[in-house]
Design a protein around this ligand. Structure first.
Ligand SMILES: Nc1ncnc2c1ncn2[C@@H]1O[C@H](COP(=O)(O)OP(=O)(O)OP(=O)(O)O)[C@@H](O)[C@H]1O
Ligand SMILES: [Mg+2]
Length: 453
């Protein structure tokens, strides 16, 4: 009879913990990233026989050591390797010895993969180190007997043992934050939403599924907000040949503490040659990112009607466009005519946007400037209004002190950000995000320091 292998679960600490608890494997290790996998293999802790499982949360933080390279190498060395179907969907190619499954595997199925009947006695346990990562809470709908994280591919696969449906995102949704005005908080909003989305998705076992793309290549502020320098789109330009999921991934900056990936713009506008860095390049990159990430947020330059980033990239590519406005009548009136222009039937300068794709937020809202959410709705009637972000001193302090990653928003602001995420991402996973106890209007009043009446 086959011996149960020592198991290495790469990219899903919750699954590692559950499998460890079954007692069916001598040892179960977890490795969040390629760097951790490398350290684990160097440590000599993983005895033979060993098997490896790669889950979508695996962080490919070592250039040239993506999942395809690692899985093919391990399978070629005689190890049993299982990879989640997510990787083939994004374009990875595996050796036939690598087993690919997008389905939630039951423990019995997993044991069968290793030739172990479910009734076989459990092996004597090997001392297994505690996981190095705190285990995120799992949605209750994922049954504990499942040995694979929830990344279902068909409606049937979404059925859990309890017969309920786990929240599932549409792959590759592109959310752009755009405005005809400069300085209204496009980058701040894009960064804030991306960080919140990435953190929340990580807690539900979908780590590493959010990307942020800075298309403002003349003033690439995303890197400045996130306090990152490289790699940037200039590195993508060095790639010869077709862009692949791996080549693009290798040039994404990564914030492991948040689980967010970012394609940074050129650090200096002098390098932003529009002959090279342009909408055509971003569209090729987006095609790859759509296949590899659940959510792709795009920060944009000022969306003047003639700006090609808007006409050739955002208009055709964005599934949702979030428009921040400031509490200022002039900005609101400008936004009104811009919204009208971009939703006109297709014309030479673009147009043709489905108004359903558009949502407005009031950013930098204050109680003392005679322009609150009601005024926005009055001045921009008929447009979907999804939230109020206050003029936030903590945000400014976090930016200035380079600590956006640890910024803790108030419960009311968090609830508002999740409201916005729910609308623009259409991902039911945000339904389960921390709800505020207040109704939406009460919450907005509280955000503006107006009490709860
Ligand atoms: N809610 C907020 N509270 C406090 N400060 C904010 C808020 N939103 C944005 N800011 C600040 O306002 C300024 C402009 O914001 P941001 O850079 O996000 O605007 P933008 O629309 O991306 O500008 P640009 O058109 O130059 O790209 C920054 O100093 C930013 O930190
Ligand atoms: Mg900006």
């Amino acid at each position: 009879m086959a011996t149960a292998p020592n198991l290495v679960v790469a990219g899903e600490p919750g699954v590692a913990r559950r499998l460890r608890k079954t007692g069916r494997f001598p040892a179960v290790f977890d490795a969040a990233s390629a760097a951790e996998l490398r350290a684990l293999s160097k440590s000599g802790q993983v005895g033979s026989p060993a098997a490896f499982m790669f889950a979508p949360g695996f962080v490919e933080d070592v250039p040239g050591a993506g999942v395809a390279v690692l899985a093919n190498g391990l399978a070629g060395s005689g190890f049993t390797v299982l990879v989640h179907g997510f990787f083939t969907e994004r374009g990875d190619v595996f050796d036939p010895k690598v087993r690919v499954t997008g389905r939630q595997l039951r423990l019995s199925e997993l044991l069968a993969t290793f030739g172990i009947p479910e009734s076989a006695p459990p092996p004597a346990p090997q001392a297994t180190p505690e996981p190095r990562h705190p285990t995120p809470p799992r949605p209750e709908t994922v049954p504990t007997s499942n040995a694979w994280p929830s990344r279902p591919t068909t409606p049937a696969d979404r059925r859990t043992a309890a017969g309920t449906t786990a929240p599932v995102a549409r792959r590759g949704r592109v959310v752009a934050v755009a405005s005809a005005k400069g300085g209204v908080g496009k980058t701040s909003t894009t960064v804030s939403l991306s960080v919140h989305a990435a953190k929340h998705l990580r807690t539900v076992g979908r780590a590493g599924t959010v990307a942020l793309v800075d298309t403002n290549f003349q003033q690439a502020d995303v890197a400045r907000y996130l306090n990152l320098e490289s790699p940037t789109i200039l590195d993508v330009l060095q790639e010869s040949g077709a862009l692949s999921a791996q080549s693009v991934r290798n040039h994404l900056a990564h914030l492991p503490e948040i689980g967010l990936y970012a394609l940074l713009g050129p650090p200096d506008p002098i390098n932003a040659d529009p002959a090279l860095i342009n909408s055509a390049l971003y569209r090729r990159i987006l095609a790859v990112l759509r296949a590899a990430f659940d959510l792709v947020f795009i920060d944009t330059p000022v969306a003047e009607l003639y700006h090609t980033t808007f006409t050739d990239l955002i208009l055709p590519e964005a599934d949702a466009i979030l428009v921040p406005v400031e509490p200022n009548r002039v900005t609101l009136e400008a936004a009104r005519s811009w919204l009208r222009a971009i939703t006109l039937p297709q014309h030479s300068r673009g147009g043709g946007i489905d108004p359903e794709k558009l949502s407005l937020i009031l950013n930098r809202a204050r109680a003392d400037v005679d322009c609150g959410p009601e005024d926005v709705m009055d001045l921009l009637p008929g447009w979907r209004f999804v939230g109020v972000i206050p003029d936030d001193r903590e945000w400014m302090q976090a930016v200035n002190n380079r600590r956006l990653g640890d910024l803790r928003s108030s419960p009311d602001l968090e609830a508002t950000l999740y409201d916005i995420l729910r609308v623009v991402t259409a991902d039911p996973v945000f339904e389960t995000a921390t709800p505020s106890m207040n109704g939406r209007h009460t919450r907005w009043r509280q955000l503006l320091g107006l009490g709860s009446k």
